[in-house]
Design a protein around this ligand. Structure first.
Ligand code: OFO
Length: 170
């Protein structure tokens, strides 16, 4: 019996987002490995944590598609971008990835609203909230980074910030 409870269009959009979450994880993985080999182990730990979070998002969407009678398709993931120039560039690029991702999440919520697919609309709210948290978190870290790297000469404060991030919330 066909028990599919999402439209074909929604199934396609969710599948695209599932692969995008896998890509987000690739971005964090690559950006975490880079400070890791450059002695910023706190920043690396923080970014590895986010890599795991993005993978959980990917799995959450996979499960939702299948639970609604659709079919999750595992597709190729784009390669992670090139290494950033420095920590500031790394953080700025992460924020940009998150903002772009938020726009993609909005497409799901918009379509769900248009189709009166309230189950997916409700499902999408988790990601809307998550994106608000992530953008705010990264923005806050960028503010700290700007303070530490421009207000005081030398890397003492950058070192302190790196230690801070080891225990920062994900
Ligand atoms: Fe940036 O968290 Fe996934 O969606």
């Amino acid at each position: 019996m066909n028990t599919k409870r999402i439209s074909d269009k929604m199934e396609k959009l969710l599948n695209t987002q599932m692969t995008r979450e896998a890509y987000q994880a690739q971005v964090y993985l690559s950006y975490a490995s880079w400070p890791g080999v450059n002695s910023f182990s706190g920043i690396a730990t923080f970014l590895y944590g986010h890599m795991h979070e993005e993978r959980e998002h990917m799995f959450k969407i996979l499960k939702y598609i299948n639970d609604r009678g659709g079919s999750a398709k595992i597709e190729a993931i784009d390669a992670a971008p090139a290494n950033p120039k420095d920590i500031g560039d790394c953080l700025a690029k992460i924020l940009k990835h998150e903002i772009n991702n938020s726009k993609e999440i909005d497409k799901i919520v918009n379509l769900a609203h248009e189709e009166k697919d309230w189950a997916t609309f409700n499902f999408g709210q988790y990601f809307v909230t998550e994106q608000i948290e992530e953008e705010t978190l990264i923005n806050g870290i960028i503010d700290k980074y700007n303070l530490t790297s421009t207000e005081i000469k030398g890397n003492t404060n950058l070192y302190e910030m790196d230690k801070d991030l080891t225990n920062a919330s994900q």
